[in-house]
Design a binder for this molecule. Structure first.
Ligand code: HEC
Ligand code: HEC
Length: 270
């Protein structure tokens, strides 16, 4: 029964107390679910400190003691997340409480006050984007990106999809982490881009990234960026312990200053 029909009933039927109560309860649920919550501890400096203690105990194993993330398990740099479009304290609260479905970020069944302390702590270590300065040449970066990266990556409208879309990447990961992704891609492979080489009798040595998998089948995007499905019982071999499909760029192929140009270009895309 919707809230509207309850109110309608109230007007025409004799007022039964339980109907009123049900309507009131439905109203309460609806209003708490839709309202943007603000941090009730925002003005209390001790909240961030207490949140830091909880963070180091419960979150640092994945996000690092400094909240700057661990790329080996794809846990993002939480000091950069505030610059994402639409990010708010309310959203951070919900992500901590509900977790991120489909990832290893777990839900947290903590009292609201403790979650707000965590929000206060994360706010206190926030990097607002202006602190991480991008000093490269964006125009040169755009040209370099087209020449070396857009075959596999999008940043804006065009580009390949073998690698992740890099449009908002400077808001999720620090420049240091991004540089190491380009110099040593295999040291941390992004979730959703795990490489595989598999063979069937009709398709030997197909390399690609795993896009979906269940007990009986596997879907991969092959290195020609074609989506292909295989029945697992047809597989003659599969090798998952392999390097990233992203080539490592040495300083001879791409100098540090050229890489700075690319990062500045990506940052300007956000
Ligand atoms: C088991 C590892 C793990 C633990 C423990 C963990 N996280 Fe996470 N967290 C992740 C991963 C991985 C993601 C990225 C999920 C995604 O978007 O794919 C994430 C995402 C987040 C996000 C969303 C970031 C964004 O940019 O949207 C917030 C906020 C967050 N974690 C806070 C916390 C806090 C606070 C704790 C401790 C109470 C915590 N996490 C504990 C692994 C973890
Ligand atoms: C042949 C395809 C290919 C080319 C060319 C390529 N990449 Fe990648 N890239 C990938 C794939 C696949 C991944 C995901 C696997 C991984 O993380 O190693 C990736 C991952 C990344 C990541 C990590 C993204 C994340 O979510 O953390 C960054 C940053 C990146 N590439 C930047 C670049 C830049 C900059 C260039 C050009 C200089 C480039 N890539 C060229 C295929 C490519």
């Amino acid at each position: 029964m919707t809230t509207k029909s309850i109110f309608y009933q109230c007007r025409i039927a004799p007022l039964k107390p339980f109907v009123l109560f049900a309507a009131f309860a439905a109203f309460l649920i609806a209003s708490t679910a839709s309202a943007q919550q603000t941090n009730p501890l925002a003005s209390d400096p001790r909240a961030a400190q207490a949140g830091g203690v909880i963070f180091r105990g419960q979150c640092a194993t994945c996000h690092g003691a400094d909240a700057k993330g661990l790329s080996s398990i794809d846990a993002p740099d939480l000091t950069l997340m505030w610059t994402q479009p639409g990010m708010s304290e309310d959203r951070v609260f919900t992500r901590i409480q509900a977790g991120v479905p489909g990832s290893i970020m777990p839900p947290h069944n903590y009292p609201d006050t403790e979650i707000w302390m965590l929000v206060s702590y994360l706010r206190s270590v926030a990097v607002t984007g202006s602190i991480e300065e991008f000093t490269g040449d964006e125009n040169s970066g755009a040209r370099l990106f087209t020449a070396h990266c857009s075959e596999c990556h999008r940043a804006g409208i065009s580009g390949g999809s073998l690698g992740p879309n890099l449009e908002l990447i400077t808001l999720r990961r620090s420049q240091a982490a991004l540089r190491s992704s380009v110099r040593e891609p295999s040291s941390s492979i992004s979730r959703g881009y795990k490489p595989i080489i598999l063979s069937t009798s009709s398709a030997p040595n197909v390399s690609g990234i795993i896009k979906g998998e269940d007990a009986f089948s596997i879907q991969i995007l092959d290195s020609n960026q074609r989506l292909r499905g295989f029945v697992k019982s047809d597989l003659l071999s599969q090798d998952r312990d392999i390097d990233s499909l992203m080539p490592a760029f040495t300083e001879e192929q791409l100098s540090d200053s050229q890489l700075d140009d690319i990062l500045s270009y990506l940052h300007q895309q956000r």
